[in-house]
Write a protein that binds this ligand. Structure first.
Ligand code: PAF
Length: 286
């Protein structure tokens, strides 16, 4: 596995592969890898060409009061995991390699970036869209894998790729979960034991809503809130039920898939999770 610290080095690696007619699939990460990331790598390998992973804790997607400095890092362990999983190259630059202090250009999916998590974390999706655009331009992948856990991030990335005609196929990969249902996240290690014990409540609340065939959006919303209220340590930031394709608000009984999006804090740690609920089969409910 090649470890590239500079744009020049990773470009040289991918150019060689492209000239040999090999496809390149990208797995962008912020490191501190877990089984969720390795599922992205496995999906990328299934494409059959070369796999490039990136490890870059992107400062522009963190707000001034957020956890950039305490974001967990373990580069040596990450490299071992990527090597063992058959990744061909890893791009692990420092901040100065990625961001020129004189840079003026940012990328933003205007409306999508300002709703939901974007309201809780102003500027977050602009930082994500900008760094993903830069990584696409530096590496030139044919395809890129992103986790469905970050549902809105995936929607933002699909939108910028479509709007800016980026020649990259975006692949969404299902969420990996711990045995008790907690969605895997690099942030989970920062939960206290007491918070960790209550954190599976996000998945439990989503499961409860998924088991209400024919329910209205209001009924699902109430059921999710009630389930979350059983965890006294959970500080619920938002519960949103939106059209799964557009993320627009929905009312009444859904006629198309909806997505339930949760953002819940345990102490300083913000956890997110989601579930797509298909509409009831026709004639199944009034
Ligand atoms: O999902 C992440 O880890 C990050 O948001 C990403 C896509 C690597 C951009 O920094």
């Amino acid at each position: 596995m090649q470890i590239c610290r500079t744009k020049q080095a990773i470009r040289a690696a991918t150019l060689t592969w492209r000239q040999a007619g090999q496809g390149v699939t990208l797995v962008p990460t912020m490191g501190f890898l877990h089984a969720g990331h390795m599922a992205l790598v496995a999906r990328a390998r299934a494409e059959g060409g070369r796999v490039v992973a990136t490890i870059f804790v992107n400062p522009t997607q963190f707000g001034p009061t957020e956890d950039l400095t305490t974001y967990p890092r373990d580069e040596a362990r990450d490299f071992d995991m990527l090597r063992a999983a058959g990744v061909d190259a890893v791009f692990a630059p420092d901040v100065a390699e990625v961001y020129d202090p004189a840079a003026q250009t940012q990328v933003e999916a205007a409306a999508l970036s300002r709703i939901l998590i974007g309201r809780l974390r102003p500027g977050h999706f602009r930082g994500v869209a900008t760094v993903v655009t830069k990584l696409f331009n530096i590496i030139g992948p044919d395809a890129a894998c992103f986790g469905e856990k970050d549902f809105q991030q995936l929607a933002v990335i699909r939108t910028i790729v479509r709007d800016l005609d980026m020649p990259v196929r975006v692949i969404g990969v299902p969420t990996e979960r711990e045995g008790d249902g907690l969605a895997m996240s690099s942030r989970n290690v920062r939960l206290t034991p007491a918070d960790r014990a209550e954190a599976p409540v996000l998945n439990a609340a989503l499961t409860r809503a998924a088991q209400m065939p024919g329910a209205t959006v209001a009924q699902m919303h109430a059921a999710v809130r009630a389930a979350l209220a059983t965890a006294p340590r959970a500080d619920v930031q938002s519960v949103d039920i939106r059209d799964a394709a557009s993320l627009r608000p929905v009312r009444g009984q859904p006629r198309a898939p909806v997505v339930i999006l949760l953002a819940v804090k345990f102490g300083p740690v913000l956890l997110i999770d989601n579930r797509v609920i298909p509409p009831p089969a026709q004639g199944a409910a009034s």
